[in-house]
Design a protein around this ligand. Structure first.
Ligand SMILES: C[S@@+](CC[C@H](N)C(=O)[O-])C[C@H]1O[C@@H](n2cnc3c(N)ncnc32)[C@H](O)[C@@H]1O
Length: 264
């Protein structure tokens, strides 16, 4: 039987199509004998769509950064779920993120927020339920936060994976303002790129980056850094020799970082 592959028609170089970059890393990683994680949902999605995958291959640095951030964020999210099985997770810029399939989210309240055309695509592969909801709005439209229509006194974890680098500093201040006003006391985890990469990018161009993790606190007085992980320090056996050697420099180690902050 010939299965017709589904077409996806995002504009070339649009921020929406950047979602294929992490999705493809999850697929490639799943095919390795020494995989750090496997992701059958990502494989199922990629197998059912028609896509020029070469356009979304960011090379070794991108692959390694996504590998590290996926593993660290998985562990942060798992830890949150273990402590707060009925808590709330807000997945900002969800794209076709498959994390909900990689862990036990059976009691968690999970909200995926992304631009309308992405949520339309997400609906082809993921379903909403009483506990899993999609919000089809830009994060710059502050009304999205009012669509979290459950008791927000529960513990909240906000995830922003592969997202913040696509905003300008003033847009980020606005988003953090919405988050700190509405979800004070929440924890938030996300990855950041080094400012060296601003202006670069595989599809849409990056607009924001930092050098040191502590710079995140300059965006809002209500954001407190809890912990930072530098990509260069993890899965060293999967880094090219040149980068392993260059990791003696903080800026190289910090080419991509994962941060955990507290909103207050
Ligand atoms: C690189 S993808 C990451 C997707 C997903 N978090 C993951 O790691 O697989 C960036 C995502 O951010 C979304 N995004 C960009 N700007 C946005 C905005 N203003 N509001 C909501 N989502 C946005 C894009 O549509 C895209 O799905």
């Amino acid at each position: 039987m010939i299965v017709q592959k589904q077409k996806v028609d995002f504009e070339k170089s649009s921020v929406e199509e950047s979602l294929f970059i992490p999705l493809l890393v999850k697929v490639k990683e799943s095919e390795r004998g020494d995989a750090v994680f496997t992701d059958t949902k990502a494989q199922e999605i990629i197998n059912s769509i028609s896509l020029d995958i070469n356009r979304f291959d960011g090379g070794n640095i991108t692959y390694h950064g996504i590998l590290v951030r996926t593993a660290i964020l998985d562990s942060i999210v798992n830890d949150f779920i273990a402590k707060n099985p009925e808590g709330i997770i807000l997945n900002l810029g969800a794209g076709l993120d498959t994390r909900i399939y990689r862990m036990d989210c059976s009691k968690i309240y999970w909200f995926d927020i992304d631009l309308p055309r992405v949520i339309e695509l997400r609906r082809r592969f993921f379903s909403e339920s009483e506990r899993v909801r999609f919000i089809s709005k830009s994060l710059l439209d502050e009304s999205w936060a009012n669509d979290i229509n459950i008791d927000i006194s529960r513990p909240i974890l906000i995830i922003a994976e592969g997202l913040l680098m696509y905003f300008t500093e003033s847009e980020l201040k606005m988003i953090l303002n919405i988050l700190t006003e509405k979800f004070s006391n929440a924890q938030m985890c996300f990855d950041v790129i080094h400012k060296f990469f601003v202006g670069k990018g595989i599809s849409s161009k990056f607009k924001w980056g930092i050098e040191k993790a502590s710079e995140i606190e300059q965006l809002s007085p209500k954001v407190k850094l809890v912990k930072a992980w530098s990509a260069g320090d993890y899965h060293k056996n999967r880094q090219e020799l040149f980068f392993r050697a260059m990791n003696v420099f903080q800026s190289t180690r910090n080419r991509s970082q994962v941060l955990l902050v507290k909103l207050g």
